[in-house]
Design a protein around this ligand. Structure first.
Ligand code: FES
Length: 107
């Protein structure tokens, strides 16, 4: 018995899409690999980095919480600009992401 049924032959094959090409940006000087379309937060999570900000009071570590742009826990300094929401910001090749301490203007 054939494994190909008449129904399977009529079903069109999905077009092949090229594999996404990874790129790198840096986090506190360390290279981080990301995929096109990935947010900075997603790329950091994928690299095992869960915190990239400290709070103004107490210096507690923070990373992504809501992941949809409403809580502002994921603020990071990207290319020298503080207070960028990492969960909404697409990672780009060559970006320099750094840990944000406090308001991002404290250094
Ligand atoms: S994780 Fe909540 S705004 Fe980014």
């Amino acid at each position: 018995m054939s494994s190909r049924t008449p129904r399977a032959r009529r079903t069109p094959r999905a077009p092949r899409t090229p594999a996404p090409v990874p790129f790198t940006f840096t986090f506190d000087g360390r290279p981080v690999t990301a995929l096109p379309g990935q947010s900075v937060a997603a790329a950091l999570w994928s690299a095992g980095i869960l915190a990239w900000r400290t709070t103004r009071h107490g210096g507690a570590p923070r990373g992504a919480f809501c992941g949809i742009g409403t809580c502002y826990d994921c603020l990071a300094t990207v290319n020298g600009r503080p207070n960028r929401r990492a969960c909404l910001l697409p990672a780009r090749p060559g970006d320099a992401v750094t840990t944000q301490e406090g308001t991002g203007h404290d250094r």
